[in-house]
Structure formats: C-alpha cells, structure tokens
Write a protein that binds this ligand. Structure first.
Ligand code: UD1
Ligand code: MG
Length: 453
C-alpha cells in the first residue's frame, strides 16, 4: 500500500501567514499528525502534494522518507492526485489522505485498506445529521455505491442524502492513472474532482465498498481557527480519556492539555489547568498541582508538585517537594527528597539528596551537595555580563538568608555562611564564614524632620 497526502490547499480562512497544514494542533503541525498516522500504516511509499507555502511546508519536515509533489495551481482534488502519479507504483493500492484532517486513527484506515484489498475501490464514509457542503454518496436500489456527487452539483433529492464522502479513499494502483486521465472539470466548480473516479470504477466493473470510522470526529477537517480550536478540544479530550483509562486521576478531564507525550506510572494525580509539553514522565504516585506547566521533564516516584510550577528540561528525583511557584530551567537536576519552594529558580544545577531551597532563591550553574540548606534570598551570582561561573556547595552546608555567592566559589563541607554574606572567596569547611558590616548603634542620633513652610 502507498499513501498520497493532499496538502496543497491555501487555507485562506485561517487568516494566517502560516500555511494551513502547518497550523499546530497540540503543538504539532496538522500535516505532522497525518504523517505520523501514515507512518504507522507502514506504506511502501508516501507522497505529499504541496502547493501554497510550499517551501515552508517542506522545510517543516526535513529528512522525512517521503516524496514531495508540487501542485502549482489548485485545480481540484483529482488534479492534486495526478501530481503524485510519478512517485507511485501501479502495483499497490493508493490510500488518499488530506493534510488538514489530523485526527484520523490508524485503525480506521487499516479497516478501509483491508476492505479495498488489491482490486476494490474503498471510501471512508459517515452519516451526518447535517451533510451540507460535503460530497454525497449515491447508492442504487441494491445499496451499491454508484457515484459521489458534490454539494454544488447535487440535485435537491441528492442533497437530502446524509451519507457523505470524508474524502479518504483507497484506489487500486493499476486503475488510478487511467481514471484520473478521464476526469473533466465540466462541473459547478470547474475543478478536476477525485470523487469522479467512483463513477469510473462502477463503469469498469470495479467493486466500490465503504467503511466507517469509530468516531465521526476523526474525519473532521480544519478550515478556520474555530475548527482548529474545536479539534484541539476533541484531541485533548481523547488524551484525557486515555490517561483515565490508564488509571491516572484527573481532577477534571476537560482541563488538561497534553502537547506531546505524557507517560504516567500508577496512582498519578493531576489537578486542573496543567499543561504538558514535549515528553514528560511522571513516576508512581506523583502529584501535580493546579496550573503547572511541565515541558521535557522526568519526575520520579512520590514527588509532590504544588500549584503554579514551571519546569523546563529538568530531571526530578523521588520524593521531592516542589513549589508552589517553583521554576526549574534547563539542566536542573534534583536528586531524591529535595525541596524547592516558592519563587526559587534552579538552572543548570545538580542538587543532591535531602537538600532544600525553600524560599526566594536563584540556584544557577551550581553543584549542591546533600543535606544542604539554602536560606531565603540566596543568589548564585554566576554571570559577570560575559562569562558564566560555577558555584560549588558541598554536603551539609548551611547558607544563611540573603547570601550572594559570587562564582566561581566553593563552600566547603559542613560550612555555615552567616545571613547577608557576600561570598567572594572560598569558605572553608566546618566553620562559620560571614561578611557583614559590624552592627553599631548611635544613641544620640535624631531622625531628620521636614521643615514646616
Ligand atoms: C472534498 C470532496 C468531497 C468531500 C470533502 C470532505 C472532492 C471533489 N470533494 O471536497 O466529496 O465530502 O472533501 O471534506 O474531492 N486539495 C489540494 N489541491 C486541490 C484541491 C484540494 O491539495 O487542488 C486538498 C485540500 O488542501 C484539502 C483536500 O484536498 O486537504 C480537500 O480539498 P477541499 O477543497 O477541502 O475539498 P472539498 O471541496 O471540501
Ligand atoms: Mg473541504
């Protein structure tokens, strides 16, 4: 089996500089969803027919093992498939997909391909309460499909038919070129309709069959931002249903967004409003508080994330307590039982087991040992405006509040830094280091008073 994806449509109604098939659904271009489903079917070859915004479309999918066929002018779906012919073989059936129909499932397409076999034409159809705008499936008295008629060409009685063409079909490879050759654009839209191959098949005695998808929503296409938003919600609802089926607790399945891959262990709980991007792995018993955003993050078992956290490219060990309002930036690597509290930012730093930074701190380019306590307001001064330097904090260090660690600097094992210290040289182990102006009191001092006018 081979696949042709029609993706040349302009998508004017998107009112966007981005070509329609590059508009993102769950952070992946519409065409990317279709290509992924296509790949799951393991076709012998795939050809994408592109047109509008062609270079951008091709550039968005570099190094894919697909052929690209340019349709310079959009003269209809039949004309579009003609552009793919040089990339196809006559020896295998051709599955035709649309680049702007992103939710189709591989299983639905397998059923269609199986129904077509080697020598039948198979159409994916659905029955709608309101079929307006779609091509209608016309059947004879015995229920056999005889042709497809487009809305604009249909008679009143044909318009009353509620079974419609989703556009997805499988055509025998040895027949396709001949039938496309016979197409004319003598119709209401002056287009070469792919759908006219159905009447040609009937004429040539080729059986025409149909199958239906599990859900009608699989076949929905995207023409404008309203439909894009609608499909995003359907897709997210399906993600949520999958998570629920896997045993994840979602406080509200309507209020979670997975824009990538979310892998969960047992007894994971996710509160409302969370967004997961890229690949996120949550271990057994992990709890994610409301309105947290996690992107490319691994969280080990038993860690509790309080609300309003933002994690990006980070690794979190088991049994940690994070947030509320914690920020982990790329390269944050926390071992087990680490506490990162409110308004603490960690970047490109390793923090070993049982260490804590509970309030208002910046830990950047640091190596932090075990059982370290980082006081409120501690800042790693890692950047001189041109270069970045590392801070090393060894095991069992206690850092008093409002301390600045001017890197490169090392705080030795077991050291204590007094509150307010600006550390510019290494602090020796097991001692108190403090840089603070000695406190004085001026007893006779008077506070200035405003002059009366
Ligand atoms: C098509 C079908 C109709 C079906 C409907 C389902 C035909 C003639 N009609 O109608 O029976 O009910 O889809 O949504 O096939 N495209 C190209 N090049 C072109 C024209 C279209 O690549 O010259 C692509 C579009 O980008 C789109 C797909 O083909 O992905 C369908 O095109 P569209 O214009 O939406 O077809 P409809 O008129 O809606
Ligand atoms: Mg359409």
């Amino acid at each position: 089996m081979q696949i042709v994806i029609l993706a040349a449509g302009q998508g004017k109604r998107m009112r966007s500089a981005l070509p329609k098939v590059l508009q993102p659904l769950a952070d992946r271009p519409l065409l990317g969803h279709v290509l992924r489903t296509a790949a799951a079917l393991e076709p012998s070859r795939t050809c994408v027919v592109y047109g509008h915004g062609g270079d951008a479309v091709r550039a968005a999918f570099p190094d894919l093992p697909v052929d690209w066929a340019l349709q310079a002018e959009q003269l209809g779906t039949g004309h579009a498939v003609m552009q793919a012919l040089p990339a196809l073989t006559r020896d295998e059936p051709v599955l035709i997909l649309y680049g702007d129909v992103p939710l189709l499932r591989a299983d639905t397409l397998r059923t269609l391909v199986d129904a077509a076999g080697a020598d039948k034409l198979a159409i994916l159809t659905v029955t709608l309460d309101d079929p307006t705008g779609y091509g209608r499936i016309v059947r004879d008295g015995a229920g056999r499909i005889v042709r497809i008629v487009e809305q604009k060409d249909a008679s009143e009685s044909e318009r009353a038919l509620r079974e419609i063409n989703t556009g997805i079909m499988v055509v025998p490879g040895d027949r396709l070129a001949g039938w496309l050759d016979q197409l004319s654009n003598n119709n209401a839209q002056r287009e070469y309709y792919l759908t006219d191959v159905v009447a040609a098949a009937v004429r040539d005695g080729v059986p025409v069959v149909s199958t239906q998808p599990a859900r009608v929503s699989e076949t929905l296409g995207v023409n404008d931002k309203a439909q894009l938003a609608e499909l995003e919600r359907i897709h997210q609802r399906e993600n949520a249903e999958r998570l629920l089926a896997d045993g994840v607790t979602l406080r509200d399945p309507a209020r979670i967004d997975v824009r990538g891959e979310l892998v969960c262990g047992r007894d994971v709980e996710i509160d409302i409003g969370c967004i997961f991007e890229g690949r996120v792995e949550l271990g057994d018993g992990v709890k994610v508080g409301a309105h947290s955003v996690l992107r490319n993050v691994t969280v080990a078992a038993g860690t509790v994330i309080a609300p309003f956290c933002h994690f990006d490219d980070a690794v979190v060990g088991a049994g940690c307590q994070l947030g509320p309002y914690a920020r982990l930036r790329p390269g944050a690597n926390l071992a087990e039982d680490v506490h990162i509290g409110n308004f603490v930012e960690v970047k490109n730093s390793d923090i070993a087991a049982h260490s804590k930074a509970n309030h208002l701190a910046y830990v950047g380019d640091a190596t932090v040992g075990s059982r370290v306590n980082i006081g409120a307001g501690t800042i790693c001064c890692n950047y001189d405006g041109a270069n970045k330097f590392r801070t090393v904090i060894e095991d069992d260090v206690f850092i008093g509040s409002d301390t600045q660690l001017v890197a490169p600097v090392t705080v030795g094992r077991g050291a204590t830094l007094g509150a307010g210290t600006t550390l510019t040289q290494d602090a020796p182990p097991d001692a108190l280091t403090i840089s603070r102006v000695r406190q004085i009191t001026l007893t006779g001092w008077k506070r200035p008073v405003k002059q009366k006018k």
